[in-house]
Design a protein around this ligand. Structure first.
Ligand code: SF4
Length: 325
């Protein structure tokens, strides 16, 4: 296997695409030595195509809970019975305060997230106001948003307000999507991505590992993201919240998760790969290995409904590894 990994590494470093079958072969790795050889390959590919700096993004959950959609992993779905907070959209000034805190923690990006399938006209207006306030105060801070489905008109309003990037995950492989959500389809999610491309907003689009998918479906997800040619790939690892339909899902071991970070890096050598929700709960003490396995970005601070590490701890981890922010 070591020889095969070596050949794959050379191939990707020469800017040739990894094939689906090669990726599947890597997914079958079980031996410890092979796994660490795979991490080395992913790390050298990251060094060639990315850099040694880590991109930091902080989130604000600007509107929480009561979502009519039934995504089986989500604590904010009205179909789940969880203790997730429920509140309407916070105002622009409050969102600005959250951005101010994020800037203190050296973040490069700030993402306004709302629950629900989309935002209404009034909410969109308030979010555009928040983006303008934040851009005015911190012109170098990149602004992201994750507000569900978008039409072209609303996408243009966000772009005019100064939005740099929009998050809209496809969550899992197309073949597994029906098990995750039935209130909207995989194709529905693609429509918003098409609109973002048309309007010229950068796309952040990825998924979650732990949604009952097979190894093959994880690889299918990576190849679908490659086809979509998105700018950033957020990779989440399910943190099964009691009261959600996936509360009893079995999550792969930390080394398995790291293996898939490496495979995603080899399939998508030049893309930003951001490790998001479930990093601390699933990887525990192995979490610093994400950077050695091919990741180059993280969410800093808390997630939408679960706690993250303290920003100080994450900044210390990055500095201890000799990486920059
Ligand atoms: S659409 Fe978003 S907020 Fe609503 S249930 Fe799905 S993931 Fe949760």
């Amino acid at each position: 296997m070591q020889k095969i990994i070596e050949k794959i590494e050379e191939k990707v470093l020469q800017e040739k695409d990894l094939s689906f079958d090669e990726s599947l072969a890597l997914a079958g790795i079980t031996e410890y030595e092979d796994l660490f050889r795979l991490f080395m390959a992913a790390n050298s590919v990251k060094e060639k195509f990315r850099s040694d700096s880590v991109d930091l993004c902080a989130l604000t959950n600007a509107k929480s809970g009561s979502c009519p959609e039934n995504c089986a992993f989500c604590a904010q779905s009205a179909h789940s019975k969880t203790k997730a907070k429920t509140y309407p959209l916070i105002n622009a000034e409050e969102i600005l305060k959250h951005a101010e805190k994020a800037v203190v923690n050296k973040t490069h990006r700030f993402c306004i997230v709302t629950s629900g399938c989309s935002v209404n006209e009034e909410e969109l207006k308030e979010i555009c106001k928040a983006i303008r306030l934040i851009k005015n105060k911190f012109p170098h801070l990149k602004m992201d948003a994750s507000l569900g489905k978008l039409n072209k008109e609303n996408a243009k309003l966000l772009k005019d307000a100064g939005l740099d990037r929009y998050n809209h995950n496809i969550e899992t492989a197309e073949s597994n999507f029906h098990k995750v959500c039935s209130t909207h389809s995989f194709k529905d999610r693609l429509k918003t991505l098409e609109i973002l491309k048309e309007v010229g907003i950068e796309i952040c689009c990825g998924g979650i590992i732990g949604l009952g998918e097979t190894d093959r479906e994880r690889i299918e997800l990576a190849f679908y993201l490659k086809k979509l040619d998105v700018d950033c790939i957020p990779l989440n690892f399910l943190n099964p919240v009691p009261g959600t339909r996936f509360e009893n899902n079995k999550i792969p071991s930390p080394l398995e998760l790291l293996k898939f970070i490496s495979i995603f890096r080899l399939i998508l050598p030049a893309k930003q790969i951001r490790i998001c929700g479930g990093r601390q709960s699933n990887l525990g003490q192995l979490q610093s290995l994400i950077f050695f396995a091919g990741a180059d970005a993280i969410i800093i601070g808390d997630y939408l409904t679960t706690k993250g590490s303290s920003p100080h701890q994450d900044l210390q981890m990055i500095s201890n590894l000799g990486l920059k922010v």
